[in-house]
Design a protein around this ligand. Structure first.
Ligand SMILES: [Zn+2]
Length: 234
């Protein structure tokens, strides 16, 4: 695709140099745009089929529409916002219960949530694998509901990847085959796909399989959390 873009750019400059009538230049631009779009869609299809061969446990999507943080039920949002205003300590316990429940459901070690100022980030896993959340966002609990499950899903992914490759039993809520796929999907060459190493921005971040999957987990949790289910964490 870059080759096409580069050679067409040369032709375009020649046309400008030769003072080609602008109507022809405009048509040329349209044609090249179409060629590039075709190449892009072929590229996207190839990437998707490469991932499809890895046969992930759940659908593995590239970044696309619906890849949001999820929509929280209004009743749940109100209940948590009120609780955050009245009893901030209690609301922190709710987040801890959600994290513990996730860990128990997936057979991974529980994580003690650390509440720390993260300079505008909602949450993260630190180098030791601890879950950190920024308490500033307790005023909008829907943000942190996504984040706590997102980060716990990362814990699950890494627990799975750390499983003994010769194991024949399930762990971290996945089969040995699924764990092997995660090891494959988190190799450096996959993690860096789409990144430009000469910039300090990590362009590959959003499309990274571990991130797509963590967003899926956070989004599903937020979308499916009912008032009734929230009660079990209170
Ligand atoms: Zn993430």
């Amino acid at each position: 695709m870059q080759v096409v873009a580069y050679s067409r750019m040369g032709q375009y400059l020649q046309m400008v140099e030769r003072r080609t009538p602008s109507v022809f230049v405009a048509i040329f631009v349209q044609v090249v745009r179409f060629q590039l779009l075709q190449l892009e869609s072929r590229g996207a299809t190839a990437v998707e089929s490469a991932f499809a061969d890895l046969d992930l446990p759940a659908e593995h999507a590239l970044v696309r529409e619906n890849d949001t943080r999820g929509n929280l039920d209004d009743g749940v949002a109100d209940r948590l916002a009120k609780l955050a205003a009245e009893d901030p300590e209690k609301v922190r316990e709710v987040f801890q219960s959600i994290a513990d429940d996730f860990a128990d459901q997936n057979g991974i070690p529980r994580k003690q949530i650390q509440w720390v100022d993260l300079n505008g980030a909602y949450g993260r896993r630190d180098g030791a694998g601890n879950i950190q959340l920024d308490p500033d966002f307790l005023t909008d609990p829907s943000v942190l509901l996504h984040t706590v499950v997102h980060e716990m899903e990362h814990s699950r992914q890494y627990e799975g990847m750390a499983m003994d490759p010769n194991s024949t039993t399930n762990g971290a809520g996945m089969t040995p085959e699924e764990a092997a796929r995660w090891r494959e999907l988190n190799q450096t060459y996959v993690r860096n796909k789409g990144d430009n190493p000469s910039t300090s921005v990590d362009e590959a971040y959003r499309a990274r399989p571990v991130e797509v999957d963590a967003r899926r987990a956070g989004r599903d949790f937020v979308n499916n959390l009912t008032l009734e289910e929230l009660e079990k964490y209170l």
